[in-house]
Design a protein. Structure first.
Length: 194
């Protein structure tokens, strides 16, 4: 693979990973509501789900590409419905000071990634746009998906860090911040369905 192509792969991956998406926004919302420590199970779920979904993308690109358009079409609408539910939930949520609710669970973060069409499209586009012209080996595809998931995890950690920084302001301005986050998620759905 040429250095230029590899550089473009990394640029695409970084930009895509750091843009607002369901995982990043949920992580930001969770840290501002529950704090870093109480939200850890959810973050670990997001990270684990990211890696699993990227491995699925590698396998799809490798061997099941004929079935992919139908599956993505179905997942797009399931994902859009879930992301809209998440947007409404965030818009209506208030800061909590008590114990962590089930909403900050590993399972919620993990399952979010399975309906997060953004990361499916991210992984598949990166492979088909930058990698498969040079190698369609399953091991190469898996390696690049691990790189993508690692970049995505770093991006989500950055969003968590931003949440820690704005936590005090969030306690005071939670309604406006939640509305911005909810509208951002709604835009994710809009761009997904257009």
């Amino acid at each position: 693979m040429q250095g230029y192509v590899l550089g473009n792969f990394f640029i695409y991956s970084v930009i895509n990973a750091f843009t607002p998406g369901p995982g990043n926004i949920l992580a930001l919302n969770t840290v501002t509501n529950y704090g870093y420590k109480k939200g850890r199970p959810l973050y670990w779920g997001i990270f684990a789900g990211y890696y699993v979904v990227q491995m699925i993308c590698a396998v799809f690109v490798f061997g099941v590409s004929t079935f992919l358009p139908d599956m993505l079409g179905i997942m797009k609408y399931i994902g859009a419905a879930y992301i809209l539910w998440l947007a409404v939930h965030i818009a209506l949520s208030k800061p909590t000071t008590g114990t962590v609710e089930k909403s900050a669970s590993f399972l919620k973060g993990f399952l979010l990634q399975f309906v997060n069409v953004k990361i499916y499209l991210f992984g598949i586009t990166a492979l088909t746009g930058y990698v498969t012209d040079y190698s369609a080996s399953l091991w190469v595809l898996l390696l690049f998906e691990i790189i993508i998931a690692t970049i995505g995890t770093i991006a989500t950690l950055t969003w968590i860090g931003m949440g820690v920084l704005i936590q005090r302001a969030y306690q005071k301005y939670y309604r406006a911040i939640n509305m911005i986050l909810a509208l951002t998620l709604s835009e994710c759905v809009y761009s997904m369905l257009k």
